[in-house]
Design a protein around this ligand. Structure first.
Ligand SMILES: NC(=O)c1ccc[n+]([C@@H]2O[C@H](COP(=O)([O-])OP(=O)(O)OC[C@H]3O[C@@H](n4cnc5c(N)ncnc54)[C@H](OP(=O)(O)O)[C@@H]3O)[C@@H](O)[C@H]2O)c1
Length: 333
């Protein structure tokens, strides 16, 4: 396994991380096989994956509970646990309570990385910053992270005296908006970038070849038409371009004889500024294919080709780094 130091912290994290949203949120992901989940997490730890990402929001705490059950006291020191507080729980008292509840569910005395899941809207950043620092002084959290912060909010956070060793953002071959501003800002300021949705929830693993096949909850992003149930962006979307791009990546992966998931993660792995890629997976087979991205460097020609194939989509999506909202209502700003 390869490791990197996360931003300015001393956290040594694996470059592939384990996304635990899948293991507790049945309303989004459907039911997981408990035995299989335990096996895949044990296997992940055995092969050196040490960063585990969850949130109080995932399955209303069930993801944290499951993780807490599986990561035993003996294994605790081997792993880096990253969880998140929801933006609506960022007032002082609620934030303290949220942290206590997460600690309990995770069955641990400390959280390695405590992240603000989305920028809180009506709460002064200064209040959030002071509370996070208090939790840190008390030893309940080791490092502070942010998630879904655009450059305006990052500037506001740092100007308010905030610290953050990482920013967690959605980034993949079909969604390259963070390349315009967020990643350059993070690189300049030594903020680690943790990537979520690296496989576009399965679309970049070759799971489906038409929009109709994609599970309803996984087709709500700006790629899809406003007429798809559950979307809120009100945009036309770019379904044809999305599917054509997926087909072109698929064809390249077949030509290279590299699984599409491996190729998609490899491309991310070689992006400058990316610290760790958080992938959700529920089976050993998927995990093995995903860590294949680390086996050998991506050929620079293939890297360029992937950039070219995905450029029209990058241009269409523009700078708005909120995958689900139009520019006017974007929460990542
Ligand atoms: N900060 C945030 O706002 C935020 C938002 C979203 C996610 N996250 C975090 O990021 C993690 C990853 O994001 P994500 O789960 O949304 O998206 P993802 O990692 O792009 O997709 C995960 C899904 O892709 C499929 N998959 C994974 N590996 C595969 C393989 N090798 N072959 C075929 N299919 C494969 C699986 O679908 P099936 O289970 O259907 O097989 C899996 O559940 C989450 O677990 C969570 O920790 C954070």
């Amino acid at each position: 396994m390869e490791y990197t130091l996360l931003g300015s912290s001393n956290l040594r994290v694996s470059v592939i991380a384990f996304g635990a949203w899948q293991i507790g949120d049945t309303s989004f992901w459907g039911k997981s096989d408990e035995e299989e989940v335990k096996n895949v997490i044990d296997y992940a730890i055995d092969i050196g994956i040490n960063l585990f990402d969850t949130a109080e929001m995932y399955g209303s705490g069930d993801s944290e509970t499951q993780l807490g059950k599986i990561i035993s006291k003996e294994k605790r020191s081997k792993v880096v646990i990253a969880t998140k507080v929801s933006p609506q729980n960022c007032r002082k008292e609620q934030l303290i309570q949220s942290c206590e509840k997460s600690l309990k569910r995770l069955n641990t005395d400390y959280i390695d990385l405590y992240q603000i899941h989305w920028p809180p809207k009506d709460i002064p950043f200064e209040e959030v910053i002071l509370t996070m620092k208090k939790l840190q002084e008390q030893g309940k959290i080791r490092y502070i992270g942010i998630s879904n912060f655009g450059i305006h909010n990052m500037q506001k956070w740092f100007e308010g005296g905030g610290e953050a060793v990482s920013n967690q953002i959605g980034y993949n071959l079909l969604f390259r908006s963070p390349e315009y501003e967020i990643i350059p800002f993070c690189r300049e300021n030594n903020i680690g970038v943790l990537v979520y949705m690296p496989l576009m929830q399965g679309l970049l693993a070759g799971c489906w070849s038409s929009v109709e096949e994609i599970p309803l909850l996984r087709r709500r992003t700006r790629h899809f038409s406003k007429n798809r149930p559950g979307t809120r962006h009100g945009e036309e979307g770019c379904e044809r371009l999305t599917i054509e791009t997926v087909q072109a990546i698929h064809a390249l992966s077949q030509h290279l004889e590299i699984p599409m998931a491996t190729l998609s993660l490899s491309w991310l792995k070689w992006q400058k500024g990316v610290s760790s890629i958080i992938v959700g997976c529920r089976s050993k087979v998927q995990l093995e294919s995903n860590i294949g991205a680390l086996l050998k460097p991506l050929d620079p020609e293939v890297f360029s080709l992937l950039n070219e194939i995905t450029y029209p989509l990058k241009r269409y999506m523009g700078k708005n780094a909120d995958m689900w909202e139009n520019e006017k209502n974007a929460r990542i700003c």
